[in-house]
Design a protein around this ligand. Structure first.
Ligand code: SF4
Ligand code: SF4
Ligand code: SF4
Length: 295
């Protein structure tokens, strides 16, 4: 059965806004280039026609919810698998409430790597899957009110490929590799801003205290920042890959995230963040009878 997903999204958004069931709707629209479909925020039914669904609806829309969650009324939005995991993450962190959302789910076949078209390296018709989609475990929305389209199979062939490659390096080689990668970081915090697991209203990075995280852009401070952020989302990272996609200098952030995910799985048992509202991250709780004690 062939369904025009874009038309269905428009109809859903139009109806929700017409009936006043949502105060605004978050989806995607065409941007400046054919390979660009940025987030769209509409609050009038007649704007629904500008919404689209194509191979470039790659952004995770869930993080935007925290800008609206304190306002009256419901918010409608389109979600792929990764967006829906972000929503579960935000609900578990008490940043949004499920009752305030009308979720239009769309099973995702993977989004294209627009950066190659933007760099003039490839025609839009032959673009490969975006890096964040090559290891996707959950392409189907997990939480939704309406599902548009048929569910798809996940094929996460390369999930830990980069982790395994880096693990093969010797200690000095690893140090050299990460020093070089983190040296490029310009501390723009795009990785933090886009991340649905990084949702503290008051982030430690924005505090100005002596001996707190320094503001200098150098290897030592950059390593401190990147590893601290990775630990802050440990067990809560939903693997949406948005941090790495947003990074303007190409720091391989997902290699750090996935290394931590793999270590947590081996230390505490298999856990997938953002797939079950009732299942809290392993680092969020402890058992009093834990043989390792609690310090
Ligand atoms: S990470 Fe998964 S759900 Fe998200 S855009 Fe890629 S394939 Fe789709
Ligand atoms: S750390 Fe990166 S992959 Fe993990 S939830 Fe945040 S943006 Fe997504
Ligand atoms: S997005 Fe990249 S450059 Fe910006 S702070 Fe994060 S790691 Fe550094």
């Amino acid at each position: 059965m062939n369904i025009d997903i874009g038309e269905n999204i428009k109809t859903q958004a139009q109806t929700l806004l017409e009936k006043g069931e949502v105060r605004c709707f978050i989806g995607f629209e065409k941007g400046q280039f054919p390979f660009h479909s940025p987030p769209a925020f509409i609050d009038k039914a007649e704007q629904a026609g500008q919404l689209v669904w194509d191979d470039f609806c790659i952004a995770n829309l869930s993080k935007y919810l925290i800008n609206f969650s304190h306002l009256e009324g419901k918010i409608g939005l389109v979600v792929k698998g990764c967006d829906s995991r972000g929503i579960i993450r935000l609900i578990q962190d008490n940043q949004v409430s499920r009752e305030k959302l009308v979720i239009i789910g769309v099973p995702c076949r993977g989004m294209k790597d627009a950066s190659r078209a933007a760099a003039g390296m490839e025609e839009i018709t032959t673009l490969p899957l975006a890096e964040k989609c090559t290891g996707c475990l959950y392409p189907n929305p997990i939480v939704y009110d309406v599902l548009i389209g048929e569910k798809v199979d996940a094929s996460p062939k390369q999930r830990f490929k980069r982790v395994e490659e880096i693990e093969k390096l010797g200690l000095d080689e690893k140090y050299a590799y990460w020093s070089k990668e983190f040296a490029r970081c310009i501390r723009c915090y795009a990785c933090r801003n886009i991340c649905p697991a990084c949702n503290c209203r008051s982030c430690y990075l924005d505090q100005h205290r002596v001996n707190w995280n320094g503001k200098a852009v150098d290897v030592a401070e950059n390593v401190n920042f990147n590893l601290t952020r990775a630990i802050h989302v440990a067990g809560r990272c939903i693997e949406c890959g948005e941090c790495e996609r947003a990074c303007p200098v190409g720091v391989p952030i997902m290699a750090v995230n996935r290394k931590i995910i793999r270590d947590i799985n081996s230390l505490f048992g298999s856990y997938e963040a953002g797939v079950d509202l009732e299942d809290k991250p392993p680092l969020d709780w402890y058992r009093a009878e834990d043989p390792d004690g609690f310090r």
